[in-house]
Design a protein around this ligand. Structure first.
Ligand code: HEM
Length: 535
């Protein structure tokens, strides 16, 4: 997990002192004193050792050893020396890295009552308006209510009611990408926004510059701009937040202002719009309209308004970029692995016989596409270091002490690249999960499902997983039924393939790439025109 922590400290220690000199020194002393107190406060020591890890510096702990870019790779490297559970100390905060599935599952799922907290993210939650977000809500009554509100619309049984619009959106997406394949990443963003905003607010996204999608994207960008979550000195020592923000520099002041405005807009504008539509009798059935109805008492007063608005807003903030990243990974995989694409075409043709487009009811009949979806989650995990959990009480696991208030990092990338579960993990191979006998595809009996890792663990496991998977499946199946995805050819006749090194951030994305989309046959083109006349 990484953050501005080491970056901030590097900046503090290496900058040549300027006009801001005094404030930087004062701030530095306060930060150091805060960390010192935190580290050496009178915490009762456990009889068990803290998990092993690299030794760090006196006050900073391991802050300077954890790289800003791809920290999970460093954690994988360290695991060969220290084992699967690594104990770190960062600015006085205990950080336990879990590299293995079984440990993450034992702690976060089986001991979920203790490990379902989130580390306090004071900076973004208290000062940047992100306190609305379920992802940052501490374990307790507010957490349970938000999860309940989301689960009502996102549990497995609720998903079939979204099949119709997901299928319609998948076809619009196929039409747009087919006409303009260079915009595949932009249309992927628009497509995932369209699915989530329709489910959440009954709101229709009509173009790639949609104002609601943009508003939410700006809020997420503002969050990313301050670094990785939970690692700013203000997060580690919340009292520092009481100091004037200009001590951290003018850029920081500006970023925080943008964060506050954008989160406020993202939570309130769509919610108030749905409320007005309900009064006017024009609202479409959605997660928000359902929650409003259900929580309105006989006098017409709406209970839990802020929680309803927050639950709706987080669905977009947490669901759109993650789904978009997975969808573009599917295109990247198809460009790099044409044989797998051909195999998928074969199984789709066997079922649809070039006579119709896929529908959600085909999902069980197309296990190879399901296996491709699993492999897409595994191959380029969207959140390689997950979202940190927090522990509530002192605990002992495998003879090691995990103190109350620790931050637990689930190294999802390490688990999804584990060669015992996934031999040759760098390769995209849906065949890991299925046996193929001629035209017959059956799921293997025993494999580690990447969906049990990529969506996190225990009581914090992603509430949007069924929605995400259904939307991704129909989109992939529709694209595969219609098109061959192939690389652009450069002037020397060589294929130009997407870079497999992804961007770095809280959510990973493929770097910009281009592709060519060709209708697989005239027949399928006609099927598309006939069965999809509204496009
Ligand atoms: C491919 C798509 C997605 C992936 C890979 C993904 C992955 C994750 C992961 C790893 C977590 C953290 C779990 C943990 O703390 O252990 C998470 C949390 C969350 N996800 Fe997703 N997600 C996806 C799509 C969605 C969608 C579509 C929605 C909503 C419609 C959503 C809503 C959330 C929320 C609200 C949380 C916070 C849960 C909490 O803190 O209790 N996600 N997701």
């Amino acid at each position: 997990m990484h953050s501005p922590t080491s970056h901030t400290l590097r900046t503090l220690s290496s900058s040549s002192l300027s006009g801001k000199e005094a404030s930087v020194i004062v701030l530095g002393i306060i930060v150091a004193a805060a960390i010192f107190l935190r580290t050496f406060s009178s915490r009762k020591r456990s009889n068990y050792p803290y998990p092993p890890g690299p030794s760090g510096l006196l006050i900073l702990g391991n802050a300077l050893q954890v790289p800003l870019v791809s920290p999970w790779r460093k954690f994988i490297e360290w695991s060969s020396t220290y084992g699967d559970i690594i104990g770190l100390s960062i600015l006085g905060r205990k950080v336990v890295v879990l590299n293995a599935f079984d440990d993450a599952n034992d702690l976060l799922s089986f001991r979920g009552a203790n490990y379902s907290d989130r580390p306090k993210m004071t900076l973004s939650a208290d000062y940047g308006g992100w306190d609305f977000s379920l992802g940052m809500t501490r374990y307790g009554a507010d957490f349970h209510l938000k999860r309940r509100f989301l689960n009502q619309s996102l549990n497995r049984g609720a998903i079939p009611k979204y099949h119709e619009f997901m299928t319609k959106h998948a076809r619009s997406f196929a039409d747009r990408v087919g006409n303009n394949p260079d915009q595949v990443q932009i249309y992927s963003r628009m497509h995932t926004a369209a699915n989530i905003l329709w489910m959440t607010y009954g709101y229709e996204v009509l173009d790639e510059d949609d104002k609601w999608a943009k508003m939410a994207d700006e809020a997420v960008e503002a969050l990313e701009a301050t670094g990785t979550l939970g690692g700013h000195p203000i997060d580690v020592w919340p009292a520092l937040g009481k100091l004037p923000f200009w001590l951290w520099g003018q850029k920081f002041v500006k970023q925080m202002e943008v964060m506050k405005t954008t989160t406020h807009d993202m939570v309130t504008i769509p919610y108030e719009t749905v409320k007005e539509q309900m009064l006017a009798g024009t609202a479409v059935s959605s997660l928000t309209s359902h929650l409003i109805l259900e929580n309105t008492d006989y006098r017409g007063d709406i209970m839990h308004e802020r929680t309803i608005a927050s639950s709706a807003a987080i669905a977009y903030a947490a669901g759109a970029d993650t789904s978009r990243s997975t969808l573009t990974t599917f295109f990247v995989a198809m460009l790099h692995y044409p044989r797998i694409q051909q195999r998928a075409h074969k199984f789709i043709d066997l079922l649809l016989k070039e006579q119709r487009l896929p529908v959600m009811e085909d999902r069980e009949q197309l296990p190879y596409i399901e296996a491709m979806l699993k492999e897409t989650h595994r191959w380029k995990p969207v959140l390689p270091a997950g979202i940190p959990h927090g522990s509530l009480k002192d605990d002992v696991y495998k003879g090691m002490a995990i103190p109350a208030g620790s931050m637990l990092i689930t190294n999802l990338a390490a688990m999804l690249e584990n060669p015992q579960d996934y031999p040759k993990p760098q390769e995209f191979r849906p065949e890991r999960y299925v046996d193929i006998d001629g035209n017959k595809v059956t799921f293997k009996k025993d494999f580690r499902d990447p969906g049990d890792i990529a969506f996190g663990f225990g009581r914090r496991k992603c509430p949007g997983r069924y929605f995400a998977d259904a939307a991704l499946w129909i989109t992939m199946a529709t694209i595969l039924a219609l098109y061959e995805i192939s690389p652009v050819i450069d002037e020397d006749g060589n294929p130009v393939l997407p870079d497999l090194e992804y961007t770095q951030g809280i959510i990973r994305h493929a770097k910009p790439f281009r592709c060519v989309m060709t209708f697989r046959s005239e027949k399928m083109q006609r099927v598309f025109d006939v069965q999809n006349p509204e496009i």
